[in-house]
Design a protein around this ligand. Structure first.
Ligand code: GLY
Length: 556
């Protein structure tokens, strides 16, 4: 077992004289899924940047070194805490549907769902939000120009790095789809073959695209040369984006969801993420039980029943808040939680079939999360994605940009599940300019003595993994313990508790099975990245998930 989490570094810079220990840490910590991205964040901090500049550097470098999972052709949610005034805000850089979207694009001629169109090629891609987020962060929160905060990503895209095994496996898994698009094939399968470990991946077109963003801000991506190249490629491959789709894209500053659980304050992702709402519902239900007084099987029983009910509601009611009215006041009320508790039997699982509506899936390792606290106490929790590996697999030639396949997160065809088995309904139906529902759940947890910055990839399991990370943090676990905690997940349908093999001991498993739970082992769990701040000792702690020790991608 690796003791050193190579993708997480904690830097101890000079402690500021006269600073109150509780007010600023005086040093910074970053945890991301890739060493080069974490280093890029520290490089930008050393240049005089703050956490928001570092977030631009980490996010853009992940676009290069982990382009199978996230990138400027995708989107994400940036949860920000500004130390100077205590402002918490969620920067919503979720992709939007193009104006031409229609359900028939995702149906075969026999009327059945066309999963290929939903996942690969231009129809799968939403209008990217990530570039606008980076530009917004620099303009409104950062201290440095984009030419400095994007510099590490530009350099690495141009000079290259050696991708790790997970990157190469993602290429192998998608070789058929990658081969459809000459721009993507030339980048990822030089000579037509899946590269071997030791290969140096260079993406000079992406370096140029990032340079255009550094020079011209939004216009460097959403207008001009980059836009022209994307529009031409989308059209040539059967899609329908307009110049207005790109030019009209806007990030949205949203109030994060805030709620209390015991003496903790949780600040987390608001819709169009479903994660914060689902977590708040879970914590509301659990606040009616004294979990510490219960034996482990019963504690888990109530937690799993809370998960089941939160996921049921998630599918039923949530969507883009700019398009749909959601009954959040009801869903998140104590009375509603009390009603849910009343339906939970003390010793018996509730079959999901007894609750209306649906979900199912094979949650993957897509998406990425990073956490940052800087010397002044500014904090960033970002979860960003191109959806499944390499998104739509379409790289418009000349851009180096992997276009996402986030359209699949809409309920494209009523009643047909997406890549995560999430069914969704009218609230999440596609419409021009609408954002698709997400599970991404970047989160801050504030306690009297400790603060946590937490998040994870993992499709629909993001929500339960972040929930379990928060529970571990509240329990007093270190960052390394939080990211290593064995995981379990229930999402209403299928009516199964997925577990990491070591999550439940034999006695617990037997007790839960006796209560009616169907428990199945599962191998894939998210790449959680956590930073914590102990206000009493004024120390920072950072850790990356030991399940996914990232390859040391070296800069040439
Ligand atoms: N594309 C995965 C998510 O946003 O939840």
């Amino acid at each position: 077992m690796h003791k050193i989490h190579i993708a997480a570094f904690v830097a101890f810079a000079a402690f500021a004289v006269g600073a109150s220990a509780a007010e600023r840490p005086g040093h910074a910590a970053i945890a991301s899924a890739h060493t080069l991205a974490t280093q890029a964040g520290f490089e930008v901090l050393a240049e005089g940047g703050n956490a928001f500049d570092a977030a631009i550097a980490v996010a853009s470098t992940l676009s290069v070194v982990e382009s199978q999972k996230s990138g400027i052709g995708g989107g994400g949610f940036f949860l920000l805490h500004r130390a100077s005034d205590g402002k918490n805000v969620m920067l919503d850089a979720r992709e939007t549907a193009p104006a031409a979207v229609k359900e028939s694009q995702y149906l075969k001629s026999d009327g059945t769902p066309n999963r290929d169109a939903a996942l690969y090629g231009p129809l799968a891609a939403g209008i990217p939000g990530e570039p606008a987020a980076l530009v917004w962060l620099a303009a409104h929160y950062g201290k440095l120009p984009l030419s400095k905060s994007l510099a590490p990503a530009i350099r690495i895209a141009r000079t290259g790095f050696k991708p790790d095994k997970s990157f190469l496996e993602a290429i192998a898994d998608h070789r058929a789809q990658i081969s459809r698009y000459p721009g993507t094939k030339a980048l990822l399968m030089p000579g037509g073959e899946v590269p071997k470990v030791g290969w140096t991946f260079r993406n000079p077109d992406l370096a140029k695209t990032l340079e255009r963003i550094a020079a011209d801000g939004n216009d460097g991506f959403y207008k001009g040369k980059t836009a022209q190249l994307m529009l031409a490629s989308v059209k040539a491959t059967g899609g329908d984006w307009t110049a207005a789709d790109l030019a009209n894209y806007k990030v949205v500053e949203r109030e994060p969801l805030r709620f209390d659980y015991r003496n903790w304050k949780i600040v987390t992702a608001a819709p169009p993420s479903s994660g914060g709402v689902a977590m708040e519902e879970m914590f509301n239900v659990l606040s009616g039980y004294d979990l510490d007084k219960l034996d482990r099987p019963h504690r888990l029983h109530y937690i799993i029943e809370a998960m089941r009910r939160a996921f049921r509601d998630h599918n039923e009611y949530l969507g883009d808040p700019d398009f749909v009215k959601m009954p959040l006041g009801t869903l998140l009320s104590p009375q509603y939680a009390a009603g849910l508790r009343a339906g939970i039997l003390p010793d018996k699982a509730t079959p999901s079939a007894m609750l209306p509506s649906a979900v199912a899936h094979d949650p993957g390792m897509h998406t990425t999360h990073f956490s940052i606290i800087d010397a002044d106490g500014n904090m960033v929790a970002t979860t960003q994605t191109v959806n499944t590996h390499f998104g739509s697999c379409l790289v418009p030639p000349g851009t180096g940009v992997f276009l996402n396949n986030e359209m699949d997160d809409f309920a494209l065809v009523p009643g047909a599940p997406n890549a995560y088995g999430l069914l969704g309904n009218k609230a999440n139906a596609p419409a021009p300019g609408k954002r698709m529902l997400s599970s991404m759940t970047p989160t801050f947890v504030f306690g009297p003595e400790r603060v946590g910055v937490i998040g994870s990839p993992g499709g629909s399991t993001i929500i339960t993994q972040v929930f379990e990370g928060i529970m571990a943090f509240m329990h007093g676990d270190s960052a390394a313990q939080i990211v290593a905690t064995p995981r379990y997940h229930h999402q209403y349908l299928p009516d199964v508790v997925y577990v990491e093999p070591e999550a439940f001991d034999a006695a617990t498993q037997k007790a839960l099975t006796g209560m009616g739970y169907d428990i199945k082992p599962r191998g894939h769990w998210g790449f959680m990245n956590v930073v914590t701040w102990n206000l009493k000792t004024n120390t920072l702690d950072a850790a990356s998930d030991p399940r996914h020790v990232s390859g040391l991608g070296e800069v040439k």
